[in-house]
Design a protein around this ligand. Sequence first.
Ligand code: ADP
Length: 498
Amino acid sequence: MNSKKYILSLDQGTTSSRAIIFDHHGTIKSLAQKEFRQIFPQPGWVEHDPDEIWSSQASVTAEVIAKAGISPREIASIGITNQRETTIVWDRYTGKPIFNAIVWQDRRTAEYCKKLSTEGKTEMIRKKTGLIIDAYFSATKIKWILENVEGARKKAENGDLCFGTVDSWLIWNFTHGKVHVTDATNASRTMLYNIITDEWDAELLELFDIPKSMLPEVKNSSGWFADTSGDTTGFNIPVTGVAGDQQAALFGQLCLEKGMAKNTYGTGCFLVMNSGSEPVFSDNQLLTTIGWKMDDKITYALEGSIFIGGAIIQWLRDELKIISSAAETEKLAADLKDNGGVYLVPALTGLGAPHWDQFARGTMFGLTRGTGTAHIVRAALESIAYQVHDVATAMMEDTGQTIGELRVDGGASSNNFLMQFQADILNARVTRPSILETTALGAAYFSGLASGFWKDTNALKEQWQADQTFDPGMEQKMKGELLKNWNKAVARSLDWIE
Ligand code: ADP
């Protein structure tokens, strides 16, 4: 145990592969990152080359160990976290992918999904998987590959093909094709996994016409998956933690109790709440998903995503050109005494949860001759917080739990004005941790708990640190006024496109 000083965390994301080495205190020892190609064969289609996913991940793995100046023997175990839902199908015997990875963003199966909805499959799929029918999830992507790649269907029926999300693909390669596994969080995003019975679902496999032999074995998120082969990591290292990125972030934020929630303020926002040992099905079209599986017990989560979060700040910078950097928005907004009555609804691509209107479009209200750049900037920042408020409120309604504290990460969480406004409008404490790499940290935690690197979650709580907390301080009356106007603005943005 003493010679094992580090955990290696692999974070295979949508645009880059990253590797981070954490020490016993959860501090970053070194980090390596490599971008890879995004392939857009047609409008709405998004692919990755699975060999590039593997080679970029393998190269940052070697690089991060070299940068840290440590021996691979000092690494206790590996944790893997990954872009979710992205679908890879490969030949069991050659190990070669039969098609590019179809990325979660890819819309090629949208029409088929619409057909499933009109055929009345929505409730059945929701009850079993917790998901709404959408091209986002893996099932329809696998089906597309089997139907469109020559010879694929026959090979699948012969048992010659493997399907995996990116975690499965990485472990397959780290073991030279000896191990075909995934974890329960990744399985729960395929739309083939029954999150209640905790197994691949026969009725769904039949509906999508996918042979069971293609599927990986589903394991605990924290537990032994495989040992890497020595030539891939310099030494055989056990992989003992795997989880999809948002779930890993929830764990990395130590949202371990029912009702605890985290929000990531990136391009979009991802709000995820721990809903405890029972799944909660939303009345607001939030997703029900597996938060993690440990010691054969499932912790469920509710998830809501917001399409435009930090992206509205990019839009101010790159399209309106009224700011030159995202960072300057904090001072511009904070220097005003109030919002000047200006509200911006960032429905640039429609509105997601809980409004769900793909025909909504962005709008601004309350402009007067006194409105200046700073008011628009402030309205944009506030709009991020209002949207998070709306999803959080839907979650609280669905679960009957109050969110007393929101843990935050992602690029825009560095904005103190936004964080204070979030605390005020949500009437909850906002906590920003000192380590913002919560996704990689969560994978490290899953792994380190299973390998005995950390004794238990209490050990994690001891080392987890807040960088800053923001407590709500706004008067009820003021808050009510702001939300009333925001709701009025949202209502007027809906159903714009005909
Ligand atoms: P992603 O992982 O989605 O690429 P990041 O977590 O890197 O996103 O966050 C980047 C986003 O955060 C951008 O949309 C950017 O506009 C926004 N952002 C970054 N810094 C700030 C800031 N200080 N204030 C407001 N928004 C910010």
